[in-house]
Design a protein around this ligand. Sequence first.
Ligand SMILES: Cc1cc2nc3c(=O)[nH]c(=O)nc-3n(C[C@H](O)[C@H](O)[C@H](O)COP(=O)(O)OP(=O)(O)OC[C@H]3O[C@@H](n4cnc5c(N)ncnc54)[C@H](O)[C@@H]3O)c2cc1C
Length: 366
Amino acid sequence: MKVAVVGLGIAGLSISARLALAGHDVSGFEQFEPMHEFGSSHGDTRIMRLTPGEGETYVALARRAAGAWRTWEGLAGQPLIEWTTGLMAGPRGSPFVAACQRLSRKPAALLRGDAIHPLTRGYIAMPYEWDVFRQEDAGVIAADATRAFLLRQAPRWGAKLHHKARIEAPIEGLTLNINGEARSFDAVIVTSGGWAGKLLPEFAGKLAVKRRVVGWFETSEPKLLPVICADNEVGVFGMPAPRGFYKLGLHAIGGATDPDNVREPDEADATLLSEQAVTLLPKHNPKPVRMQRCLYTVTPDENFIIAPSAKHERVLLFSACSGHGFKYAPVFGEMAQEWLAGVPSRELEALMHPGANINRLGAAKT
Ligand SMILES: Cc1cc2nc3c(=O)[nH]c(=O)nc-3n(C[C@H](O)[C@H](O)[C@H](O)COP(=O)(O)OP(=O)(O)OC[C@H]3O[C@@H](n4cnc5c(N)ncnc54)[C@H](O)[C@@H]3O)c2cc1C
């Protein structure tokens, strides 16, 4: 089948690679250069959690993804995930922390926040009043290395990847306008992240595009620290980053933005991040040495949207909604293949019909 994939962030790359491997004639289109930093998928690291507190469907997806990540690592010839363990935390009674504990295959007791300090040799601290669940099956994904791997691998499997190829909005059927040229396909999969609402306006009301900023803090700890996902008022998350840094971001802070006009990180962002670093990262300099901005594309309940267009059943919106999508990347290609073949897995069914099968999240963590 002749398939167009619109947008080559992590979702579009995974889908292009997998569909080409399955024998489809795949053309992937990306408006920017390879490895650009304007969407949601750039940066050195992302958090991996095999037991996401977001619910059973996401746990099933993450476990499915784990095997596929190992295949990707074999093909890439390098590790793409480092298993560091994780600290899922939040004020006492946090539903997110309770869900992590409930869904875990090793449901250990919750800890009080101050128990973390000795466990991390004083490099991470949390308030006594917080609940903490130590999640063993968590780690960090080498995000840019994964994108670079897929940019090499997808063409090896036959996908034709076109960069600096902007698809004109709106998409209304199977004919796309690409830099002024019209081309027709048998199916179109729209993986355009923050731009999805522009390309498929029928979904715009369900997709809010938000600016987020992450900051890197110098660490003198030579061992890898655990990742952090906290259900506090700013939704702070943290992870080790290469070359002696620990990275923090704020899941719940940052306003709506136009994806074509995003404000660069500034002093106000540094102050917000530093406030979290002072508490969470003793023994670190609380001033970020570097910051980067990124886009979240969020639905009202923070679940993914995977849905055919009302205008054409062979046009699919595939939005790995940006708060927490990277870890599932290898499964995106598999789910696109299921959709084309008309044989959805339980996970795809659940994500395509969220009302019936998955809960409101509202507190999703990266
Ligand atoms: C700060 C931050 C931290 C995160 N942390 C984590 C984490 O720890 N763990 C985790 O699992 N997930 C995390 N995520 C979420 C994860 O990164 C996203 O879910 C994922 O990257 C979304 O990928 P995407 O391919 O859907 O979107 P994108 O990467 O934005 O890709 C969309 C692409 O479409 C292209 N495009 C748009 N319009 C057009 C057009 N008209 N023509 C051609 N191309 C077009 C864009 O240029 C872009 O390259 C984080 C996200 C952010 C922003």
